[in-house]
Design a protein around this ligand. Structure first.
Ligand code: ZN
Length: 144
C-alpha cells in the first residue's frame, strides 16, 4: 500500500514522458550514437558505421534494426539513436521518445500503480462470530 502510493505520486513529478531510468538510458545512448557515421539510403533506411568499423542497417518502415537490441529491449540502441538523430536533423519530426516501447513510458507506469490497496481496520475491531471455530483442512495421504 505504501509502495503503491509512493510510486503513484512520484511519477506525477517526472518532467518527461519517460521514467527517469529510461530517460537517462536514452540520453546515454544519444551520446554514444554521436560517434557513429550515418549513411542515408532514403528517408527510412540507414547504414550505420560504428566505432569498430562494423556496419549496421536500420529500417524504420519495417522496424528492422541490425543488432536486434531495439526489438529485445523496447529501447533504441546507439545505432538506432544515431540514425534517429540524423533523421530528426533532416526532417525535424522524429523524436526518439516516440520510438520507445509503450510499456516503458510514463502512461504504462501510472496504469501499473493506479489501483489502490484499501486500508482495513485493526483485527481487534473485527466482529466476533459466536461458536465459530477454525479447523485445519483435512490432509489426505496418498498410498505408496
Ligand atoms: Zn544497435
Amino acid at each position: 500500500m505504501k509502495r503503491m502510493h509512493k510510486r503513484r505520486t512520484e511519477c506525477t513529478r517526472w518532467s518527461t514522458d519517460l521514467p527517469p531510468v529510461v530517460h537517462r538510458t536514452l540520453e546515454k545512448l544519444k551520446q554514444e550514437g554521436r560517434s557513429m557515421q550515418v549513411l542515408f539510403a532514403n528517408d527510412f533506411e540507414f547504414e550505420i558505421l560504428d566505432e569498430f568499423g562494423k556496419k549496421w542497417v536500420v529500417d524504420f518502415r519495417y522496424h528492422t534494426y541490425g543488432c536486434g537490441a531495439w526489438q529485445l529491449s523496447g529501447l533504441q540502441c546507439k545505432h538506432d539513436m544515431a540514425s534517429l538523430s540524423h533523421k530528426r536533423y533532416h526532417d525535424g519530426s522524429s523524436e526518439p521518445v516516440q520510438f520507445v516501447h509503450a510499456l516503458l513510458k510514463k502512461e504504462a507506469y501510472t496504469l501499473t500503480y493506479q489501483p489502490v490497496i484499501h486500508p482495513i481496520l485493526d483485527q481487534r475491531t473485527w466482529l466476533a462470530i459466536p461458536n465459530h471455530k477454525i479447523v485445519p483442512s483435512i490432509v489426505k495421504t496418498k498410498l505408496g
